[in-house]
Design a protein around this ligand. Structure first.
Ligand code: HDE
Length: 698
């Protein structure tokens, strides 16, 4: 009997061109791209051969007459559309949002307010700077964009995994992006900020400092999309059924906890598996471990001055510490279905911050205001015309009855004679709705003032929250920030930029500035950092205790002679905890012992430590030696991952130079319950941070 196929090996479900193609998401029959048994042209004509062009004789020239060749090549020539100018690299999943009813007091939007209301969603995660083919694990802010297909119309919450932004006014967006993108002459470096133009801009433009601190922290190298927070960034205005308003910040809280890679791991992964995050999400969903996030809101009173506890709520470089305004959970997002077609869905999805329904309104945050213009505009170039809302992934689930007509790529066949209002020809229909009938009625607002190109004075505070962020981190996280600054500035060529960066850091925190200066071999300037800040523990991502290990990957090194019964038992326990067990062996194929068999999923040649959250060495391999295994174990040790072994497996660890008495090393005679429980608990803590100092000083 062939060995059973392991869970993580499940290939994406095929969409056979000879069979019925799956419908895209929840979309109707008309979106069926391919059907039937035979290969045809785009006109439906059956083809006898698609491998040879029509030629004048076997060795003769190709004939222009060959309509199949011309159609095939022409279509291919036009397969690409412009990639997104930012957030080009992304991956997405379908799912559902279920409201818990707690938002009813602040918003009348039913998809947020009604207990138990289920809304289909499509969520796209992304990096900001890299091209569409760049690596997933680069140091960058991540996009977290959610399209809610609500019964009242589409709502897009287009957020990031960092709660603040580099700029306070949208007019600066081209500047920060031009500075962060590769240098225009040689187009290097790809997908990263470790270069002169980025640091030139952010050190001259100090309102970026708070975001820069986050970008140099572990937040910018998430372990996976599953373990990443999301933020709406701007302050929104919610309106309840009585017309009362509140100022609100949105948060996505990952059920799996907030966890990151370490920098060396992120760098190795960028080469070893550039698709790391998208693979992790797709594999997890395929393995039956959906991604889950709670949606939370911080609710602040809608006062005249739009500030809360001295924090200007219109300033997108500021957070409201959770200790001052607790995050109230209002529903849960579950992502449990992979897209069927990357291009049709993930590439063509078009988010727009102005996609809102009654109950959600915007504020005068000048960054948000510019975004309200940009998102619709950008799609005209990217998706080639104004009818992109008809694309299956963008199509609302609410009935659409607009007066928008014609244009490039029109696929609807509109009926009626009068695409205008008022009309009598179509009996005056469609008619406009009242607020009671669900119309989006903009709240009357009193607006007065001189036309000025200026910011509120409170926007001038560029450093106090950067200080708050740094001082709220744990020691190990602070060390990572120091290392990130030292790495990035160390990659700059211009001495003046490094010195200017240090003078910015001097205004954030003296210790931080001194440590980075030491790494760069430069003197530390003096600044005026805030003397006292009340730390916000919620900003640190070190978990207080073990969390779930859903979707985590644990590698088990086995091979001929290994205790296969033990491997099976351990793999079962790991999978029962919602994680993925992968067997690594010296070579591929199947390991067999007695009647037990196990497919080898990774070999020492095809894998690297970065694929695993923990590594276990099975008994029976005590004498096995291989430099690739040594490197794998040493990397796992250095990256503070849990390492385990049973039976004589510990000899492999010792031979690899692993100190088996160090924290986070789980040993046992057999993979019995206590062994697996210790392993799972340790992985649940994400990393063995007690080992960090040992590793850093080694
Ligand atoms: Fe975006 N942003 N952005 N942005 N943004 C785009 O829209 C823009 C900003 C964000 O997965 C573009 O369809 C301006 C903040 C995400 O498809 C573009 C400004 C935040 C995504 C655009 C900002 C974001 C985008 C490029 C300053 C976090 C990916 C392609 C005023 C709250 C969405 C596109 C996806 C994409 C413009 C600032 C998040 C050009 C002008 C702040 C997650 O329209």
């Amino acid at each position: 009997m062939p060995p059973k196929r392991q869970r993580d090996q499940a290939a994406p479900k095929p969409t056979s061109p000879t069979g019925k193609t799956e419908l895209l998401g929840t979309i109707g029959e008309d979106s069926r791209a391919q059907a039937g048994e035979f290969l045809t042209t785009a006109q439906g004509v059956r083809l006898p051969d698609t491998d040879h062009s029509l030629k004048a004789g076997r060795r003769g020239p190709t004939l222009l007459e060959d309509f199949h060749l011309r159609e095939k090549i022409t279509h291919f020539d036009h397969e690409r559309i412009p990639e997104r100018v930012v957030h080009a690299r992304g991956a997405a999943a379908h799912g559902t949002f279920v409201a818990n009813g707690r938002a009813a007091s602040v918003t009348k939007a039913p998809f947020l307010a009604e207990k138990g209301r289920e809304t289909p969603v499509f969520t796209r995660f992304s990096t900001v700077l890299g091209s569409r083919g760049s690596a997933d694990t680069v140091r960058d802010t991540r996009g977290f964009a959610v399209k809610f297909y609500t019964a009242e119309g589409n709502v897009d919450l287009v957020g990031n995994n960092i709660p603040v932004f580099f700029i306070q006014d949208g007019i600066k967006f081209p500047d920060i992006i031009h500075a962060g993108k590769p240098h225009p002459d040689r187009e290097i470096p790809q997908a990263q900020t470790a270069h002169d133009t980025f640091w030139d801009f952010v050190t001259l433009h100090t309102e970026a400092t708070h975001h820069v601190l986050w970008a140099m922290s572990d937040r910018a190298i998430p372990r996976s999309y599953r373990t990443m927070e999301g933020f709406g960034v701007h302050t929104f205005r919610l309106v309840n059924a009585d017309g009362e308003t509140a100022l609100v910040k949105f948060h996505w809280k990952p059920v799996a906890g907030v966890h990151s890679l370490v920098w060396e791991e992120a760098q190795i992964t960028a080469g070893a598996d550039p698709d790391f995050h998208r693979r992790d999400m797709a594999d997890g969903i395929e393995a039956g471990a959906p991604l889950e996030y709670d949606l939370g809101i911080q609710v602040m009173p809608d006062t005249e001055d739009e500030t809360f506890e001295g924090i200007d709520l219109l300033d997108p470089t500021k957070i409201v510490p959770e200790e001052l305004a607790p995050v109230q959970i209002i529903g849960r997002l579950t992502l449990d279905r992979n897209p069927t077609n990357y291009f049709a869905e993930t590439e063509q999805v078009a988010f727009h911050t102005g996609n809102l329904v009654p109950g959600i309104d915007v504020t005068n945050d000048p960054l948000m205001q510019a975004r309200l213009f940009s998102y619709l505009d950008t799609q005209l170039t990217r998706l080639g015309g104004p009818n992109f809302t008809q694309l299956p992934v963008n199509r609302p689930h609410a009935p659409v009855n607009d007066m928008l007509r014609d244009g490039m790529h029109q696929t609807a066949i509109h009926q009626g004679q009068a695409p205008y209002l008022p009309n009598s020809v179509d009996q005056g229909l469609p008619r406009v709705a009242t607020e009671e009938e669900g119309a989006y009625v903009h709240r009357p607002r009193h607006i007065e003032g001189e036309a000025v190109r200026a910011n509120p004075v409170s926007f001038d505070d560029h450093f106090s929250q950067a200080t708050l962020f740094y001082r709220s981190l744990s020691k190990v996280e602070q060390v990572h920030v120091v290392e990130a600054f030292t790495f990035e500035l160390g990659k700059c060529y211009e001495q003046a930029i490094k010195e200017r960066a240090l003078s910015v850091l001097a205004n954030v925190d003296e210790d931080l500035c001194v440590a980075v200066a030491a790494g760069l071999g430069l003197p530390a300037p003096k600044g005026k950092p805030a003397a006292e800040v009340v730390p916000s523990p919620a900003l640190s991502q070190i978990p207080p205790g073990p969390g779930p290990i859903t979707g985590r990957v644990i590698g088990i090194f086995a091979g001929p002679g290994a205790d296969l019964g033990g491997v099976e038992k351990l793999a079962g326990a790991i999978e029962a905890a919602g994680a993925i067990a992968r067997v690594i062996a010296p070579t591929g194929g199947v390991i067999a012992k007695g009647k037990t068999t196990r497919i080898v999923e990774r070999t020492l040649l095809t894998t690297r430590s970065v694929e695993f959250d923990a590594v276990v060495v099975a008994a029976g391999l005590g004498a096995f030696r291989d430099i690739k295994l040594t490197i794998l174990l040493q990397e796992a040790f250095r990256h503070c991952k849990t390492i385990a072994a049973w039976g004589d497996g510990d000899q492999v660890l010792t031979a690899a130079g692993i100190d088996t008495t160090a924290p986070g090393i789980v040993l046992g005679d057999k993979p019995v319950k206590t062994f697996t429980a210790d392993l799972i608990k340790s992985v649940g803590l994400h990393r063995v941070w007690e080992r960090a100092e040992l590793v850093m000083s080694s």
